[in-house]
Design a protein around this ligand. Sequence first.
Ligand code: 7TS
Length: 400
Amino acid sequence: MKRVYLDNNATTKVDESVVEAMLPYFTEMYGNPNSLHKFGSETHKGVAKAIDQVYSAINASDDDDVVFTSCATESNNWVIKSVWLDAIKNGERDHIITTDVEHPATLSACKFLESEFGVRVTYLPVNSKGVVEAHTVKDFITKKTALVSVMMANNETGVIFPIKEIAEVAHQYGAMFHTDAVQAIGKLPVDVQDLNVDFLSMSAHKFHGPKGVGALYMKSGIKLSPLLHGGSQMGGLRSGTLNTPYIVGMGKAIELAVNGIPKMNSEIRRLRDKMEDALLELPDTFVVGDRDSRTPNTILISIRGVEGEGMLWDLDKKFGIAAATGSACASEDLEANPVLEAIGAEADLAHTAIRLSLSRYTTEDEVDYVIEKFKEAVSRLRAISSSYSTVKAQNIAKTH
Ligand code: 7TS
């Protein structure tokens, strides 16, 4: 069976040249990059190159810090928990602002601080276009706000948030600003100096790098309490022997990802739009967020009258298509999904929200195949659900 992978917002395949760059660091150049001998200095060079690649990908200045972590979950947790330690527990402020559509890596850390330490957290809703606007942040921020954490692009919808404006609002009130840029790297230009963010999280496996390595950017002059105390690696901020092959892989991957942005915004955007236009020909469907305000690779399409799990099952098992649904279908679940709730999906009808996320490797042939099979799956599932409704209605009529 043909197989098409359209779940690139969950993870991506590792680029072959990234694997190539990593391989020697497992077997030939295995010295500890902090050792003083030649084995150490040659791996140290690989790490230094990766650091340069990350700095230049996000236009960090030489005085800023970029610390390699194991993933964005770690980077987000580090910021939120250290801000609590530094500015809330040992400081004057007691409030965090975030949005209710952040990844659980942010939301769960905030909820932990709320329940364990009584931190006040405001979870801002998205508007009908799936965006949190800067004026909404302004309505809730006070001089007691320690941190504003708003993602750069949403993983479910691809909707891009106005983080430059939000960072400005945060700074007007003396709060720090963090952005989870996991879904932005390789899809949008990310310039930390222009955006004026204090912290920025990323994860290599979202842009064709390996799993198990990420980074946290910290603006110069802003210091967080160390995440790991130990042998003083990474400037003492995150001790532990460096994961050299993965760091080298992340460096190569981010360089390729940034070079790939023009392709993402031309060819991949065209394929995404072609697929979106074709799928919207299905009656009772809509896509969340304006096309031009989304990352060029993402579609979250809501389909009335189809059950989400069934749709994913059909796509995967019958047609070999990998898609995702972070969002749910039945009314109880619908209420729990802030994205669908905000755009006003009716809670009394079954809605499926299927996420299709392309990568820079997605081809026209794959998109054509998905268009055809997606429509087939929706028609089949709608037919099943309407014949089920008819039988149910007949049975109810018989009992009266
Ligand atoms: N932040 C965002 C915005 C994400 O999309 C994800 C992963 C993470 C953080 C966590 O990244 P990790 O590397 O630490 O795991 N998002 C998804 C997704 O949308 N479906 O699967 C994983």
